[in-house]
Design a protein. Structure first.
Ligand SMILES: Cc1ncc(COP(=O)(O)O)c(C=O)c1O
Length: 404
């Protein structure tokens, strides 16, 4: 065993990767036949078309050299325009955009410069599981969950925020809010976003809004960005987005931070070298987002594809009597499997997850990973595989549950 630092050893002893993801990669790498992972938030429905589109753009030799670590200036200017036109509702300046290797890197860097180690960060639940490793591993922050309840349709209210803040065991200096929500696939309304922003302003804490699914909305309710709700972001509101979800390009590692706070931008810029996005990727994405016809067609196809997949998946869930919470965005929904738990505990949830894996060879994200405070909910991601394969997997799940 090599000698490691205390912090290095900590990573070995308690790897930040959750169990359901390790299981996923173990089964994938073993080439487990019949295995279907419905636990990773990826949209591969337009992958072939996007790949073909990107293959048509020539990358110049200049992309091989060093450039600004926060992203090439021309690309950032184009990003500001593209994001302004499609979901932010207004244009930002090139210097208010920082590009890094994925939204996860953006979150880690941003929180590093907003908070001190030991600080608390409010995160409403149900939540994206990855926020825990993003904020707690190297930034050494403490996430303070704001638990929303199934009985009230997982609605977030100022009273819940007050309660979490008042009972927090750490000094809370920021909040991380996601719209559309992962894992609920829910779009928050203008009024709800304003309520959250006003609450954070009253409490004088930073508000980071993760809008990484902004363009993957397929329901009737339109996406609203915090940037279009507030007249200005000011020093304490920051937006995160990226190409991993809306472009199904998680492997390219391109995430974006938007902020009006000069100091935050400078501090994040000082760290950018350690998580810069490659010049090659930047050039391809820069070409794509200035090709208005191609990029708009891609997003239209993404929305149509998600609506179609969601429709087929929910039909099968209905046919097997598996309850779920209706979604209107992103590529997942929450199934309510409480009735199949042996007991209302997280141990029973884990046992049910294992049983579905063993009997149906299907991997869902356990609600505990999404920090849902009540056992028995599971996230089902339906756009990472061909829809026929996903619906077959759900049928296997339905049959396994029926044997209970
Ligand atoms: C809400 C949210 N934010 C951030 C990320 C991380 O994105 P990236 O792959 O760009 O690091 C994810 C990935 O699932 C996500 O769901």
């Amino acid at each position: 065993m090599p000698e490691l630092s205390t912090r290095g050893q900590r990573l070995v002893d308690a790897p930040p990767m959750p169990g359901y993801i390790s299981e996923h990669f173990t089964r994938l790498n073993a080439g487990a036949s019949g295995y279907v992972g419905l636990c990773i938030a990826e949209n591969k429905l337009q992958s072939a078309a996007l790949n073909e589109q990107l293959a048509g753009y020539a990358v110049p030799a200049s992309a091989l050299g060093y450039d600004a670590m926060t992203g090439n200036a021309v690309f950032r200017e184009r990003l500001a325009r593209y994001m302004g036109r499609t979901f932010l509702g207004r244009d930002f300046l090139t210097e208010q955009i920082v590009l890094l290797a994925g939204a996860g890197s953006v979150l880690e860097m941003l929180f590093y410069v907003l908070c001190d180690s030991g600080d608390g960060v409010l995160v409403p639940t149900p939540s994206y599981a990855g926020f825990w490793p993003d904020l707690e591993t190297r930034d050494e922050l403490n996430i303070v969950p704001v638990h929303c309840a199934s009985a009230t349709d997982f609605r977030l209210t100022p009273e819940l925020l007050d309660h979490a803040l008042e009972h927090a065991a750490y000094p809370v200096t920021a909040m991380l809010f996601t719209t559309p929500n992962n894992p609920l696939g829910r779009v928050y309304s203008r009024a709800e976003i304003l309520e959250v922003a006003e609450w954070a302003a009253r409490r004088d804490i930073h508000l980071v809004v993760d809008e990484i699914y902004a363009l993957s909305v397929f329901g009737s309710r339109e996406f609203v960005s915090v940037a279009s709700v507030l007249p200005e972001l000011g020093d304490k509101v920051h937006v995160v987005w990226g190409f991993s979800k809306d472009f199904g390009a998680s492997g390219l590692r391109a995430g974006v931070m938007v902020s009006e706070n000069r100091h935050v931008l400078d501090a994040a810029g000082a760290l950018a070298y350690w998580a810069a996005c490659s010049g090659h990727t930047q050039h391809l994405l820069s070409s794509l987002i200035t090709d208005d016809a191609a990029v708009d067609a891609h997003i239209d196809a993404t929305r149509r594809g998600l609506a179609q997949a969601y429709g087929r998946v929910t039909e099968v869930l209905d046919a097997f009597g598996i309850p779920y919470i209706a979604a209107e965005a992103a590529f997942f929904l929450i199934c309510d499997l409480r009735r199949w738990l042996q007991a209302p505990t997280f141990a029973a949830e884990q046992a049910l997850w294992r049983r579905m894996l063993d009997e149906a060879n299907v991997n869902l994200t356990p609600g505990e990973a999404c920090r849902i405070s009540e056992p028995g909910f599971f996230r089902l991601c339906y756009a990472g595989e061909d829809t026929g394969l996903v619906t077959d997997a759900i049928k296997r799940l339905g049959m396994a549950l029926a044997r209970a």
